[in-house]
Write a protein that binds this ligand. Structure first.
Ligand code: CDT
Length: 312
């Protein structure tokens, strides 16, 4: 059986506040059909792909924001993505805001979620974003909010790897890609391809000097994470000018060598396609990054026992 898979990072241009879910779904279906014409077997969509990036606005009563979340997946609105992908025999990965049914304490949980769907239209993996960036309270002096910490709780399950598409696939979402622990936890489960959707404003409000480095940091973290764990990484943006906020594009596919093999040319709807040999991972996993031979977990304890730096 071949260990090669043709993958597309399906970058989306902006989704404005008044754009319906139906219009986002229609754009995704258009990309699925284009992917099929190019022999793609797996299409990866961005974080919160069905709506605008709503954490940029604050509402006093969080239930006023409930309409941004999905209560079921698929729903009548998202079912066409599943139907068309299955008809084309394409798997896909989709990011969306999820609100759960009430738990035993009557609490509904809000997660920033990503799912992996196989070529038969079955959900084979679900991931809840672990690293939630931004702020939890209204910050009226900012030009725009990034209140993800108000709208989402961190995924309690952590990182996982699913056997699918003839390999080992992992998921992470946006800010997760900046943290080496995200990649390493999946690396320790033998991950061969990590799928990561993102919405990254180019303007970083707490320190605008980082603005011109957004593209560099985006590639830096994904290239390092790929190389240091011998895995493919597929990074997929929602890009362009969304509600007056410029979002980084530069969706890309990174090889286990750390090299970018394909990258978006626009900040709009665009497929970034690469044929990826999952066996390429072995060249790194079995040599320089042979974890079993070279790692020293006995001296890594503070990484899990401690959160912030402790200064002597
Ligand atoms: N969506 C997301 O996680 N975006 C963050 C922005 C950080 S600034 C609050 C990112 O890491 O790209």
């Amino acid at each position: 059986m071949t260990r090669e898979i043709t993958v597309a990072a399906a970058q989306l241009g902006p989704i404005q506040r008044t754009d319906s879910r139906e219009s986002a779904v229609a754009r995704m279906i258009h990309l699925l059909r284009e992917a099929s014409r190019n022999g793609v077997e797996l299409v990866v969509f961005p974080e919160l792909a069905l709506t605008t990036f709503f954490p940029r606005w604050f509402v006093e009563n969080i239930s006023e924001a409930d309409h941004w979340y999905e209560t079921e997946m698929p729903s009548s609105v998202t079912q066409p993505i599943f139907d068309v992908a299955r008809e084309l025999k394409i798997g896909f990965c989709l990011g969306y805001a999820e609100i759960t049914a009430p738990d035993t304490n009557g609490v509904r949980h809000r997660f920033n979620t990503q799912i992996l769907v196989d070529r038969e239209g079955k959900i084979v993996g679900k991931y809840h974003k672990v690293h939630i960036p931004g702020h939890e309270h209204h910050e009226p002096d900012r030009p725009f909010q990034h209140a993800e910490r108000y709208y989402f709780e961190p995924g309690p399950e952590g990182f996982d790897v699913w056997k699918a598409f003839g390999g080992r696939f992992g998921m992470m979402i946006c800010n997760d890609r900046r943290w080496p622990e995200s990649y390493r936890l999946m690396g320790l489960k033998g991950v061969e391809m990590i799928l990561c959707g993102y919405n990254t404003p180019i303007h970083y409000v707490p320190d605008p000097s980082q603005d011109i480095l957004q593209g560099f940091h985006n590639s830096l973290v994904m290239q390092s994470g790929a190389y240091q764990n011998g895995t493919w990484v597929v990074g997929v943006a929602k890009a362009g000018l969304e509600e007056g906020v410029e979002l980084l594009g530069q969706s890309c596919i990174v090889a286990p060598s750390g090299q970018i093999v394909a990258q978006a040319l626009t900040a709009d709807d665009e497929l970034v396609i690469a044929r990826c040999d999952l066996d390429w991972c072995k060249r790194y996993k079995e040599t320089l990054f042979d974890f079993d031979k070279y790692r020293r977990p006995e001296v890594y304890g503070p990484i899990t026992s401690q959160r912030g730096a402790i200064l002597d």
